[in-house]
Design a protein around this ligand. Structure first.
Ligand SMILES: Nc1ncnc2c1ncn2[C@@H]1O[C@H](COP(=O)(O)OP(=O)(O)OP(=O)(O)O)[C@@H](O)[C@H]1O
Ligand SMILES: [Mg+2]
Length: 238
């Protein structure tokens, strides 16, 4: 399969702190790739480089074979990449409906936006029930679902998910991942999923990359990584 996204030898940091050094990874069109690693490994930084929030100091990010260098966040969203940020950054004082509309802010097709709100409440029925509720009053799991739905309102080809399981019960994690897998199948969505919950992420992904201190320490088919006991013990805390 052709690569939808490619990171080639990417380094990035914050001031003098280097957070990523020489990271290369590929996300094939239609694939699910997991990006794993401990706290501070550089997972969020990797997503922020892809979505144009952090500029790489070296290397290149290519989407559909074209460099994203110099493009701002809005242009990258318009190109077809949406990020679900870590830590539930929703608009707390706005309703579920308003949050979804904001997710579509780069679009002009009103009818299409209305249709996609229907599609999203189909995937996440709880959002239909909470449609007029202020987002900040929803439970953690409901907020995570809203965040995913909001990112999808931009109609991305590639969705970057930053720790969707954070702080959720195992049952809710399973529910959210079931919906993510359905979106992948039914909406032809390509996914790059950052997780600390390696078991769940390796179970749903085709390929995985493990980061440590900003460097790639392992990369390969998810099933092979999951079966490697020494790797699991060293990097995945399992
Ligand atoms: N805004 C920032 N300013 C300075 N340093 C930062 C900033 N954001 C991240 N870092 C540093 O960059 C490194 C990588 O952080 P990053 O957030 O990418 O890790 P992570 O793998 O997402 O961790 P976690 O699992 O805790 O979310 C860390 O050492 C972190 O302290
Ligand atoms: Mg992070």
């Amino acid at each position: 399969m052709a690569d939808l996204l490619e990171l080639a030898d990417v380094s990035a940091g914050y001031g003098r702190i280097e957070a990523l050094s020489g990271v290369s990874l590929r996300v094939p069109e239609g694939g699910i790739v997991a990006l794993l690693g401990a706290n501070g490994a550089g997972k969020t930084t990797t997503l922020n480089v892809i979505s144009g929030i952090v500029a790489p100091t070296r290397g290149e990010v290519r989407f559909r074979g074209r460099s994203l260098r110099g493009l701002g966040s809005d242009a990258i969203v318009a190109a077809g990449i949406s990020q679900v940020p870590e830590g539930r950054e929703i608009f707390r004082d706005m309703s579920v409906h308003e949050n979804l509309v904001i997710g579509a802010h780069g679009r002009r097709d009103k009818a299409g936006i209305a249709r996609d709100i229907e599609v999203m409440t189909g995937y996440f029925p709880i959002l239909a029930k909470r449609f007029r509720q202020m987002a900040g009053t929803m439970s953690g799991g409901e907020q995570q679902m809203l965040l995913i739905a909001r990112a999808l309102m931009a109609r991305p080809h590639l969705l970057l998910l930053d720790e969707p399981s954070l702080g959720l019960s195992p049952l809710l994690v399973q529910q959210i991942f079931d919906i993510i897998v359905r979106l992948h199948r039914e909406e032809k969505l390509t996914l790059l999923i950052v997780e600390q919950n390696a078991a769940v992420a390796l179970a749903v992904s085709d390929h995985a990359t493990i980061l440590e201190n900003g460097e790639v320490v392992a990369q390969g088919p998810s099933a092979a990584l999951a079966a490697d006991d020494s790797l699991r013990a060293a990097y995945l805390g399992a």
